[in-house]
Design a protein. Structure first.
Length: 134
C-alpha cells in the first residue's frame, strides 16, 4: 500500500510541476489567442502562489515536503533506496528530477517566478466584480 501511495504522491507532484510550468505557457498563449480564462483571478492567484511556495522553500533551503513524504513512503514499502521499482516512479522521476546543485535550482526557480510575476503586469488577471442585480 505504501508503494501505491508513493506513486500517487509522485503523480500529484508531477501534476503540480506541470501546472506551474505549463500554466505560464498557457497564460501567454491565451493572451495571444484571446482565451478569457487566462485572466481568471483564481487561476492566476493559484498559479503565482504555487510558484511562490517553490521559490520560498528553495530560498530557505527546505526540501520539498512532497519529495520527503514520497521517500518516506517508499522506505516504508520496503525499498532499500528511494526511486526504484514501479513504472510510474521510473518515468516520472526521469522527467522531473535532474542532478544539479541546489543553487542552480534556486536560480532557475527565482528566474521563473520573475516571469510569472511579469505575466501579472503584461497579462493582468481580471479583478473580481460583484454583479449588481436590477
Amino acid at each position: 500500500m505504501n508503494g501505491l501511495l508513493a506513486d500517487l504522491l509522485l503523480l500529484f507532484h508531477f501534476a503540480y510541476v506541470l501546472f506551474v510550468v505549463l500554466g505560464l505557457a498557457v497564460i501567454w498563449m491565451g493572451f495571444f489567442l484571446g482565451w478569457s480564462f487566462v485572466r481568471n483571478f483564481w487561476f492566476r492567484l493559484s498559479h503565482v502562489l504555487a510558484m511562490g511556495y517553490v521559490v520560498a522553500e528553495s530560498l530557505m533551503g527546505v526540501v520539498c515536503p512532497l519529495t520527503l513524504w514520497e521517500n518516506e513512503l517508499r522506505l516504508r514499502a520496503g525499498s532499500d533506496s528511494v526511486y526504484q521499482n514501479s513504472f510510474i516512479q521510473y518515468w516520472v522521476h526521469r522527467v522531473m528530477f535532474y542532478d544539479a546543485s541546489a543553487l542552480t535550482f534556486t536560480i532557475i526557480y527565482v528566474l521563473f517566478f520573475c516571469l510569472v510575476l511579469l505575466s501579472f503586469w503584461f497579462v493582468p488577471p481580471r479583478l473580481l466584480r460583484r454583479r449588481v442585480r436590477r
